[in-house]
Write a protein that binds this ligand. Sequence first.
Ligand SMILES: Nc1ncnc2c1ncn2[C@@H]1O[C@H](COP(=O)(O)OP(=O)(O)OP(=O)(O)O)[C@@H](O)[C@H]1O
Ligand SMILES: [Mg+2]
Length: 364
Amino acid sequence: MNPIDPRQTSTMRELGKEHDVHYRQEVLKPLFDCIKSADSCYLIGAGSMGKTRLLDHLIRTDVQQHYLGEKAAHTLIIRLDMNRLSDYSEWEFYELMLFNIVQVSGQCSIPEIERKSAGFLQTFLLPVLDQPGNTLKALRFLELVITNLMVVDNDLSLCLLMDEFDEAYRHLPAKVFAHLRGIRDANKNRLCYALLMRNPPTYLRPNLNEHEGFYELLSRNQIAIGPYSWQDVRAMLLQLEARFEYPLNETAREKIYEVSGGHPGTVLALFTNMRRTVEGVAYRFDPRWLAKEETIKEECRKLLASLEPEEQAGILDFAKGNMADASPAIKALRAKKLLIAGEGHVPQIFSPIFAAYLQNLPSG
Ligand SMILES: Nc1ncnc2c1ncn2[C@@H]1O[C@H](COP(=O)(O)OP(=O)(O)OP(=O)(O)O)[C@@H](O)[C@H]1O
Ligand SMILES: [Mg+2]
């Protein structure tokens, strides 16, 4: 008997109060609409904009029930973390899909599927693990496990959610995309992909011809992962406060929301920073002062680095007062919700701290 059974492994649980089902609804509503109609899509969010956290939330049974209603009992959402790939070989990618499908089927709330999961492990996953590098076997066994799932439950829909997909999109062999398209075509109206990325497919893999069939599946459905709403920042802070036993008052929470613009990475850095500074210091919420603090500066640096080079140049120019309103980079920044409509619809950088950080950087 193999000592490791992936079906027994579980995901981490939240410390502190769990978010209510409405958390991130502006992103989850369109995403679940795609899942319901088995339409593939891609979700774009800049660095530390809460993409991975979004997945922690949406794999919850109550959240799926909220958005999918009766369909939740016949929907299997499989989460794949591309950081778990060490190279981008075909074998490793199919093995990761197979591994996660077997893992989720062993823990899902569909009894017929759960009963079959031990068989899936023995018949499909272990033989693949026994022969690393046998790409054809991994692909065929992956296809077989999907077919088996579809047969076990005739109403089943499957969604493969792929997090941290940027590097995979760049480096996976083109053949993988052809096979993913093939798998979806064999299970049309029942299987879809949702990719979470910092940048769009057209930037990551400009040669669209080479993976056209796969790109076609996604291209119509782009979902922006922008900053958090006030309610979501508040929920995040309440969770951090409980975890670190460091309560804030409502005015401090509102200030954090205001100066961070709702960027979760910055919210976390601000919270960490506050725990270290003396209460009542006048410059505590001054964006220009905060943008010089090391932990906060690091968040801003990561956010800037997560953008395409043209977007980096565009937002830097914008921060310095050189408005190039119609440039493609500015349009892309609006799509990522890094530029938002301020008072009188004048565009502005979503986060006062990020704006101050950019103003401090040398031009060019
Ligand atoms: N609700 C929350 N409660 C506590 N921490 C949170 C919450 N939401 C986000 N964070 C924290 O904010 C940071 C950014 O979130 P997350 O890692 O989900 O972003 P991301 O978009 O996946 O980033 P990347 O682009 O690096 O993949 C993380 O440190 C995360 O733990
Ligand atoms: Mg992430």
